[in-house]
Design a protein around this ligand. Structure first.
Ligand SMILES: Nc1ncnc2c1ncn2[C@@H]1O[C@H](COP(=O)(O)OP(=O)(O)OP(=O)(O)O)[C@@H](O)[C@H]1O
Length: 590
């Protein structure tokens, strides 16, 4: 018996359906009793043929058949209701889980890895629907039906009823005992399951790297160890469940055998009519049937309990940023914002050193800021704060003069776009990837959607990419965009950002995957977009930020230099050294 108070919020919306499923099953059991009485009547009519003859037998048979048909109908109804309840639970819980995943956003670090959260969202929800749709009604039936049958049995043969009662009670007692052992194991099992799923996902994603390093065998051993841990956890649970099954089988065997012997003994003594013997045997066996059927739902019960824990933990995870939503005092401006960082500090949880310390600067509306600095200087972190993946520990970030935390997140995300270092495209075609970013008609930008998409495709020169593909813009990009080259992916990502018509554009090392031709194109696009949107460009290659209005040099999370590039170049500081190192004529290109 797997019950958990955490089920309440998932159960409440479908409680009526669960009750209806249970009632159908109970009605089926009631018809079973009817069948038992009917068969007893048939036997009685046959034994007393001379009293009623064929008509009495026929009447008893007709009543028995009607009850059998009624039982069949009730069981059909039970299954229909259970399936539709399960489907509803799945729809509702998956929507909540996915909603939470979106809320947690890119700033959240998944403790169980991405594979782990995928298991919760896919397998966890599957188990939960089975638990609520099938296991719970059967659990209720396994209490209600034996109780009802024992009342009837008491009226027919009280001694047999007492014996069956003792045996029936043995089963939940054993289950309760095992549940105490299993409670922690369900969590442990799920944790191992998530870890295993995450490692499999990592292996599939990292396959090219593994093959290139010739590390498949080491990875295989790693996976085998993880699979072994999962097997051990599963076996431990199976063993526990087999223990309950053994107790149940023993209780059933003793109960039915005891009932048979007692009934036979009473019949021999003449205290029980002969036709009632059959009835007693039937009712005794029926008392155990719901528990036997419940054990058929062991999988749903055990995994359902584990899934409730995993889903609840996911739903209870606080998002890294608080969305004030409709309560937000400010709307998000539809113009390119001026961006201000005021004494921003950020230390990642568990990190020894702050990633950003006392960062302050202002970028005027529509200007382009180049953020440069050594690896680990804090450039990406600054970009993540700007798009509100997370909030600073102290200090403020302002769009115009509005604190970012006062803006509704949905609006903020609609008016900001990022071309990240590791471009991930969604499965679908090139056109779908770009059109998807443009949002629904009338939202997310100026001008009709179709025109915005076409213009973004042209500006990022995605049509040049499409010209080399058989299906042009309708060519599939593959999972994550793997059917395109790195440079092609970057162009699609840039077109996507342009189609979103965001007022703030963040490019994080957007040129890292580009050849010289692509790099020149992106530089040209950035130049063309200047003024219409505020742009923050994070780059190691200074040629792509040659057009920037302002440069921010970060060192160990601090602002080392900030100002127009020509002024910084003349000052001969850190920026000048970087430029000299890369021999880029920044002053000339502006
Ligand atoms: N999620 C994280 N958890 C803990 N520490 C992090 C996390 N992300 C970044 N850091 C740390 O914060 C510091 C700044 O990282 P960041 O990625 O911002 O640097 P960067 O300048 O963008 O580097 P690169 O040029 O190599 O991409 C680094 O020391 C990094 O190890």
């Amino acid at each position: 018996m797997y019950l958990n108070s955490g089920i309440r919020p998932f159960l409440l919306p479908v409680r009526g359906r669960v009750a209806a499923t249970t009632l159908s099953a109970v009605a089926a059991a009631a018809f079973s009793i009817g069948v038992a009485f009917g068969l007893a009547d048939v036997t009685g009519a046959l034994l007393r043929w001379e009293e009623g003859g064929a008509s009495a037998v026929a009447a008893a048979l007709a009543a028995t058949t009607a009850c059998a048909v009624g039982r069949g109908l009730c069981l059909w109804l039970r299954d229909q209701l259970a399936m539709s309840t399960a489907a509803r639970v799945k729809r509702a819980v998956r929507a909540r889980v996915m909603g939470r995943i979106y809320e947690l956003g890119p700033g959240h670090t998944w403790s169980g890895g991405r594979g782990g959260v995928q298991s919760t969202a896919v397998d966890g929800v599957e188990h939960l629907q089975g638990y609520i749709g099938f296991y719970l009604p059967q659990l209720l039936v396994s209490w209600i039906v034996p109780a009802g049958l024992l009342v009837v049995l008491t009226l027919v043969a009280p001694t047999v009823a007492v014996l069956v009662l003792v045996c029936v009670l043995l089963v939940p007692f054993a289950q309760r005992l095992w549940r105490l052992v299993l409670r922690d194991r369900a969590r442990d099992h799920w944790d191992r399951y998530e870890a295993f799923a995450d490692r499999i996902g990592d292996t599939v994603r990292g396959l090219p790297t593994l093959v290139a390093l010739g590390a498949q065998d080491r990875r295989r051993a790693h996976l085998a160890a993880s699979a072994e841990e999962l097997r051990e956890a599963t076996t431990a649970n199976m063993r526990a469940s087999l223990g309950v099954s053994a107790v149940m089988s023993a209780a059933m065997a003793v109960g039915t055998a005891g009932a048979t012997l007692t009934a036979a003994f009473e019949a021999a003594r003449g205290t029980l009519p002969l036709e009632s013997v059959l009835l007693v045997l039937f009712l005794s066996a029926e008392c155990f049937r719901p528990q036997q059927e419940l054990s058929g739902y062991w999988h749903e019960g055990f995994y359902g309990i584990a899934a409730i824990g995993a889903i609840t933990r996911l739903l209870d995870t606080p998002p890294p940023v608080r969305d004030r939503g409709p309560e937000a005092p400010e709307g998000v401006p539809d113009t390119a914002p001026a961006v201000t960082f005021e004494h921003v500090d950020l230390t990642f949880p568990g990190a020894a050193e702050p990633a950003l310390r006392d960062v302050s600067f202002t970028v005027p509306a529509g200007a382009t800021l180049a953020v440069v600095g050594a690896s680990g200087a804090g450039k990406t972190t600054l970009g993540r704060l700007l798009l509100r993946d997370m909030d600073p520990d102290s200090g403020r970030i302002l769009f115009d003069d509005r604190d970012l935390t006062d803006l509704p997140l949905t609006g903020l995300r609609r008016r900001t776009a990022r071309v990240a270092q590791d471009v991930v495209l969604l499965s679908g075609t090139i056109r779908e990837n770009i059109a998807f970013a443009a949002g629904p008609e009338g939202e997310g930008g100026t001008g009709p959607r179709r025109e915005r998409v076409a213009s973004a495709i042209a500006r990022a020169r995605v049509d040049d990419v499409a010209a080399h593909l058989d299906a042009g813009l309708d060519s599939p990009v593959g999972e994550g965009g793997r059917l395109l080259s790195g440079g092609q992916r970057q162009r699609v990502a840039l077109a996507r950002a342009l189609a979103a018509d965001a007022r703030l554009l963040l490019l994080d090392e957007a040129t890292s995957a580009l050849d010289a031709e692509n790099e020149a194109l992106i530089t040209e696009v950035l130049r063309a977009e200047r003024g219409t949107r505020t742009m923050v460009v994070i780059a190691h290659r200074l040629s792509t930020v040659a057009h920037a209005d302002l440069v921010l040099v970060l060192e160990h999370g601090r602002v080392a230099e900030f100002g127009p590039p020509a002024g910084l170049a003349a000052a001969g500081g850190r920026w000048a050294q970087l430029v000299a190192a890369q021999r880029v004529g920044i002053g000339d290109t502006r």
